[in-house]
Design a protein around this ligand. Structure first.
Ligand code: FUL
Length: 703
């Protein structure tokens, strides 16, 4: 606004010849909904439903809604915890693949009114809306297209019904910031009692162009998330990170030519980086859960991500121009566990401690070029005003300007922040930053793809009174809106916990500390816990938590969750087909594989039979899929059997590894009651891709 007035003033006084026009936008530009989404930076996604009670990640669709009874449900506790972490909104999973709607929909009986919660009179969506309004948070919805409950799934009737569900969600819960559309589809389901596999054509079945017309009409301010947009793209992993170079531009975009590529057909190695010359503004969302899975599983209580892990993900997502979408998993009471709440809060504290003060504030700025020499219109002072759209710009043709900042005294920092005015597109391709140290300029950082937000976390603190920014490459004149220097508070690095093949656990740090303390009962360690001296035995497995202590300060706790040690385990079948021992070597990066090179071959099931050397009490089995980002041989249907003699087998578990393709984490399968056996057998009955079976690790949990 200010700028426009000045322009008018200059033009009115006949000085227009000096005031060069504003820079022309470059490339694709963000819409209003996308701008709001960029400004948010971080939000949470909440998964709660039948899976919370069945301990699954994908319900089959045949669950009795009566199992759902979150007697203490508090949307305010959940949304409040997100807010304390610095998140700006929540996406509520209103319906997951199991089909249970957590609002009283008219489209199906399979909804919240059939649960015991509030005698069937409750509406979780309405409670989230209220909590968001009260706490100043934005609300979004996730309504799964794949519905394993609906008898009509696969027909046009279901598509109409799905659209009606969206209309209900769009009309009853206020203004939404995002409509989240998942691409997963595993085929089989309950489907009104038919228990069959239904194949749909991902490219045409859902009729996305018409469906999203409804979104545009009813929620014009909402960004639409899908595997490839149309407004926000999936980053291609559920680990929470974008590439070190990550463009907001991309193609193709759904529903290009009426098509939307299905989950798994996304080119994740491209989605993570984006396309410099992509035709569309289609920035990445990094979705990752606070826990390993999206739904609550008590078995994952020790694996809630720590505040510093979240901070690391923040740099790798928000710091690379993407948004962070963090999964929250309310428990069976309808609340977040205390550890989850605590971790969010401490993460929020770390963010505010780091970013509260821009240490470049008050610096004297000298730029090598300012557009038309108009410092009041395009000068570098706009870099320090905290407005994402005011900017420093250069003359057309000046694409490699530099800027020196004479800081207000000597400052110590370890984070650099840069932002472009993205209303004019993503322009800058590469830049470097120098610090004046010991009488000369030293390069301290470099970055590519600046865009909406770029955070550079330096490996060490820099102390200086002079900093220089050099733009190396931009196709057009620049429009840089922010430059910031920040100091992330010092923290003691957490220790590492490892177990050797004989089952002995050791705790170590890279630099010496005065003390290491640990627990093996799952509780949080303190200086009152056992002091670590020597490696200790943990044959049966369990949760080890440790802290490092130095100078009266404690590191954050590190947690390792060990399964039963595999020392003394042998393969029954003898021959080393596909290097089967690699599934028992406790190394997540090696794997057993029966996948044949000839990709035309049909899938052949395969398994491993193991002699544990003595009778063990087994309460759960585990399968760690290959960790090298490849899908061949990744099992999604399995059977586990046990035996007393290695000859007669008894089946104890059979089922699917839900969501393994997108989130290939360790799959822990609990038995309804522990069994005693010396031998067990794992078989992969189906793989998500390829003609064989792979396994990074197969494990047993005893308690
Ligand atoms: C995935 C789904 O299949 C997961 O269950 C989860 O909802 C995640 C956010 O998206 O693709």
């Amino acid at each position: 606004m200010k700028k426009r007035w000045l322009m008018l003033l200059l033009m009115g006084t006949g000085f227009s010849v000096f005031a060069q026009e504003a820079p022309k936008p470059y490339g694709p530009l963000p819409s209003e909904a996308q701008l709001n989404w960029h400004e948010m930076g971080m939000y949470c996604i909440i998964h709660f439903g039948v899976d919370t009670y069945t301990d699954k990640e994908w319900g089959f669709g045949d669950e009795n809604p009566e199992i759902v009874n979150p007697t203490k449900f508090s949307a305010e506790q959940i949304v409040g915890a997100a807010k304390s972490g610095g998140f700006k909104g929540v996406v509520v999973v209103a319906k997951h693949h199991d089909g249970l709607c957590i609002w009283p929909t008219k489209t199906t009986d399979h909804n919240i009114s059939r649960t015991k919660w509030k005698d069937g009179k409750g509406d979780m969506m309405a409670e989230y809306q209220k909590a968001c309004e009260k706490l100043g948070m934005q609300l979004g919805v996730y309504c799964s297209p794949w519905d394993r409950n609906s008898e009509f799934y696969g027909t046009q009737k279901y598509v109409d019904l799905y659209r009606e569900q969206l209309r209900e969600l769009y009309s009853n819960y206020g203004k939404l910031f995002i409509s989240w559309h998942d691409g997963a589809n595993g085929g089989d389901g309950y489907y009104g009692g038919k228990n069959e596999t239904r194949k749909i054509d991902h490219t045409s079945y859902y009729g996305w162009p018409q469906t999203w017309d409804i979104t545009r009409q009813m929620q014009p301010d909402a960004a639409i998330f899908g595997d490839v947009g149309p407004d926000v793209r999936w980053v291609g992993n559920e680990e929470g990170h974008a590439g070190t170079t990550s463009w907001a531009t991309y193609e193709p975009k759904a529903p290009d030519e009426g098509r939307i590529p299905a989950n798994g057909y996304v080119k994740y190695w491209e989605a993570v980086k984006g396309h410099r010359d992509g035709k569309y503004w289609l920035p990445a969302e990094c979705d990752v859960s606070l826990r390993p899975g999206w739904f609550y599983h008590a078995s994952q209580n020790a694996k809630v991500k720590s505040p510093y892990t979240l901070l690391d993900l923040y740099y790798k997502s928000v710091g690379r121009g993407a948004d962070l979408d963090l999964g929250l998993s309310p428990n069976r009471d309808g609340l977040l566990d205390d550890v989850d709440v605590q971790s969010l809060k401490e993460f929020g504290n770390l963010l505010s401690q780091t970013f509260a003060h821009n240490l470049a504030a008050g610096a004297k700025l000298s730029a090598s070029n300012v557009r038309a020499g108009s410092v009041n219109l395009y000068g570098p002072k706009f870099l320090l005003d905290d407005d994402r759209y005011s900017y420093w710009s250069t003359d057309d043709g000046v694409t490699d300007p530099s800027l020196t900042l004479q800081l207000k005294g000597r400052q110590q920092f370890n984070v650099i922040r840069l932002r472009e005015n993205i209303k004019l597109g993503q322009r800058i391709e590469a830049l470097e930053v120098d610090a004046f140290v010991k009488g000369q300029w030293q390069k301290i950082a470099e970055a590519t793809s600046i865009g909406p937000n770029r955070l550079i976390r330096l490996p060490q603190n820099i102390s200086t009174d002079k900093v220089r920014l050099r733009i190396l490459k931009s196709p057009v004149c620049i429009a840089l809106s922010d430059f910031g220097l920040y100091k992330e508070p010092a923290h003691l690095t957490k220790p590492e916990i490892a177990r050797d093949l004989e089952g002995k656990v050791s705790i170590s740090t890279t630099a010496p500390v005065s003390g290491l303390f640990y627990t093996i009962d799952g509780s949080m360690p303190s200086t009152k816990s056992t002091a670590y001296k020597n490696a200790f035995d943990l044959q049966d497995g369990g949760v080890v938590r440790a802290i490092a202590v130095e100078g009266g300060k404690s590191s954050e706790a590190v947690t390792a969750d060990f399964e039963m040690s595999k020392s003394g385990w042998k393969l029954l079948d003898g021959p080393e087909e596909g290097k089967a021992t690699l599934a028992l070597d406790e190394n997540p990066n090696t794997f057993w594989s029966t996948v044949q090179k000839d990709s035309t071959g049909k899938f052949v099931p395969a398994g491993l039979s193991i002699d544990m050397g003595k009778v063990q009490s087994i309460s759960a089995f585990s399968y760690l899929p290959r960790q090298d980002k490849k899908l061949e041989g990744m099992v999604d249907q399995y059977v586990f059997e046990v035996s007393d003699d290695g000859k007669q087998w008894k089946e104890v578990l059979r089922g699917e590894f839900s969501n393994i393709r997108a989130n290939p984490i360790n799959q822990v399968l609990k038995l309804s009651a522990p069994v005693k056996a010396r031998y067990f057998r794992f078989q992969g009955l189906r793989s998500v891709k390829g003609n064989g079976v792979t396994a990074a690790e197969i494990g047993v949990i005893s308690q």
